[in-house]
Write a new protein. Structure first.
Length: 632
């Protein structure tokens, strides 16, 4: 994109790229639906089959909801979460292609997703009986038109934007300095100097501020403090993030600090603490709700028992509807009136519940994981924007290679960091990792600016242990052939079975050095990470089969890099999978993803991967040299 492009041209370019991404994803979804059998969809976590429809009811938002339970493959992590569209299908056998599958004509929307239970809302008039009687009923993720439509509309609004929205647009795309208030710095005794500086910068910002939090630096703590202080000056703020999980995380921390949060949408971890601040639960708990429910029931009864020639039918219906709307508005006014923080995903901020609402400040957490278009969705409701995240960790997902190359993957946070470095505070003290584990990431991604807090600097499990190890089959040429990667299915991914075995052997040897009793007494926890989903599922199955790990199963979790975002473990074991003669490493070239993986470990990091393949790339070559140097 030429440097002199105006803000409006730049956003028009974004819109074209987003359209390209939309077309690519829609086409990929169509092909997948037509070509991939149910077996693979189930394994990818994109479908459940078979399922049972257990019950149906009207929820507090007056939507027809049905509960769906999966009966097999319950160990597979799924991708269903609040707000995602799904479709029912019927099929008698798992191995068929899509030609033998019949799909429902309607789209449902996920309302809750638990381990093996989904609640989805379906259009009024859906025959629940047909679903309950369907043979071989399944449910799968559907293409998400709504999110794209919402992002497109947000970009269109920003392009046409007048007033405050237009000012923010022009500021983000120019070198014009953001404005600030002037007041002496405030002191927060429980924050470190860079966290304190970040909160002060947030409070002084009239337009924009960025909190850049590398792994383990207490970004959430800082953000919660900044929100609390902002609420001393403003009545209500809007807090958004890209994913439901990130919204849950920050909401929970705010609730722990005694702040009244109203969560629009439903949490991913469905426990009572999380549910208690959702809009739906609060709505049901309102004193007027019983009366509203009775009126809605009366409306449904009236519609289903309508008598021919009943002249008063419309009059009765309109009267009941009028009373229902009046009560709904009253309950809403109460709920929004008492909440200090309104929390939702970026796409969720387009909810009709927020119509007409304005906020002084918008906080966007994990801003480096969101497409720029998504960040513009809540922007129309606010006066200033605070972004928090780390653009050296997971980027947004972009499926279209062309759109990615043309700049769709560049986030609003990255753009503002480049244009307005004066609005950025880097958090510089980390509280998670042994210094040797942290140092490589700090040197490579943050110019060596991040330091370890004294209490974690030398943390470890065993005396005289090297905090990082890299084990490579290529160091044993006699067996390196069996360690070659394999390809599973067209779009299911790569797998390296011999490396998976070696991963668990290595962990078992390390466990034996620590000792069973100590592992259980101290609850030393472990994360096994692989960038490839096929490898993750193979490792999970392998782990379940191994008798040795039985007592420790609760302490071990296996997931992709994305699945570990925002988490940490005492021990992290990474299986890189790639091993070939060409030195091809695919999407492991995305170093931000690797940065997330290596910075999850508190005390011990073990990497398994073919060094000959990986060190073709300078990043992995440097990492290997760094680890070599530690063990000398």
């Amino acid at each position: 994109m030429p440097q002199q492009a105006s803000p409006i041209q730049a956003l028009q370019q974004q819109r074209l790229l987003l359209q390209l991404e939309y077309n690519t994803e829609k086409e990929a979804f169509r092909q997948q639906t037509e070509q991939i059998g149910i077996e693979r969809k189930v394994k990818r976590g994109d479908a459940w089959w078979p399922v049972k429809v257990s019950r149906s009811y009207y929820n507090s938002l007056n939507q027809l909801a049905i509960e769906v339970v999966r009966t097999t493959d319950t160990d597979i992590e799924h991708s269903f979460e609040f707000g995602r569209p799904v479709q029912f299908f019927a099929c008698n056998t798992k191995d068929v292609g899509a030609s033998k599958i019949t799909y429902s004509r309607f789209t449902a929307t996920v309302s809750y997703a638990d381990g093996d239970r989904l609640v989805v809302t379906v259009p009024d008039g859906t025959s629940i009986l047909d679903l309950q009687n369907a043979e071989g009923l399944g449910v799968q993720l559907s293409f998400d038109e709504t999110s794209y439509r919402t992002m497109m509309e947000a970009l269109d609004r920003a392009i046409r934007g007048k007033g405050r929205l237009g000012e923010l647009r022009d500021l983000f795309y120019s070198r014009q300095k953001p404005e600030t208030f002037v007041f002496p710095p405030m002191h927060f005794p429980y924050l470190n100097p860079t966290q304190e500086q970040a909160v002060n910068m947030v409070l002084r910002a009239k337009d924009v501020a960025i909190v850049h939090g590398p792994p383990g630096t207490g970004k959430t703590t800082t953000l919660v403090e900044a929100i609390r202080e902002t609420l001393m000056r403003e009545n209500q703020v809007l807090v958004c993030a890209q994913s439901n999980m990130a919204v849950d995380w920050i909401s929970e921390k705010l609730v722990d600090r005694g702040i009244n949060v109203l969560r629009i949408g439903n949490p991913t971890r469905v426990n009572d603490k999380m549910l208690s601040f959702t809009y739906e639960r609060r709505f049901e708990a309102h004193p007027d709700y019983a009366q509203l429910w009775a009126i809605r029931k009366a409306i449904r009864d009236l519609r289903s028992h309508r008598k021919r020639g009943d002249e008063r039918y419309h009059q009765k219906l309109e009267s009941l509807k009028g009373r229902a709307v009046e009560l709904e508005l009253r309950i809403n006014a109460d709920l929004f009136g008492e909440a200090r923080v309104i929390a939702s995903t970026l796409v969720g901020s387009s909810s009709r519940l927020l119509d007409g609402q304005k906020f002084g400040t918008l906080f966007i957490d994990e801003a480096a994981q969101a497409l720029e278009a998504a960040c513009w969705i809540p922007m129309r409701r606010v006066g200033r924007v605070i972004l928090a995240g780390d653009h050296c960790q997971l980027p947004p997902t972009v499926k279209s290679i062309a759109a990615l190359k043309a700049g769709l993957g560049k986030t609003l946070m990255e753009r503002i960091v480049e244009q307005h470095p004066e609005a950025v505070t880097l958090l510089k003290i980390q509280y998670r990792m042994n210094d040797d584990i942290m140092r490589f990431s700090s040197n490579y991604f943050c110019g060596g600016q991040v330091e370890s807090a004294p209490e974690v600097k030398f943390r470890g499990i065993l005396d005289l242990d090297t905090p990082i190890e890299w084990l490579s089959p290529s160091e044993h040429p006699e067996c390196s052939e069996q360690f070659k990667e394999q390809f599973v299915g067209e779009s299911f991914g790569r797998i390296n079975k011999a490396e998976a075995d070696l991963t668990l052997d290595t962990l078992q040897r390390y466990f034996e050095r620590i000792g069973k009793q100590r592992l259980l007494d101290e609850r030393i926890d472990v994360g096994i990470i692989s960038p490839y989903r096929a490898q993750v599922q193979y490792l999970r199955r392998l782990l379940m089969k191994r008798e040795y790990f039985k007592p420790f199963r609760r302490l071990i979790s296996v997931n992709t890099v994305d699945g570990f975002q925002g988490q940490e473990r005492d021990i992290i074991v990474i299986s890189l999978v790639r091993s070939n003669d060409e030195g091809q490493i695919g999407f492991l070239r995305d170093l931000r993803r690797m940065n997330v993986a290596i910075t999850r470990a508190r005390m011990k990091l073990i990497i398994l991967g073919d060094k000959t393949t990986m060190t073709h790339h300078p990043f992995y070559r440097q990492l290997e040299q760094y680890i070599q140097h530690l063990s000398e």
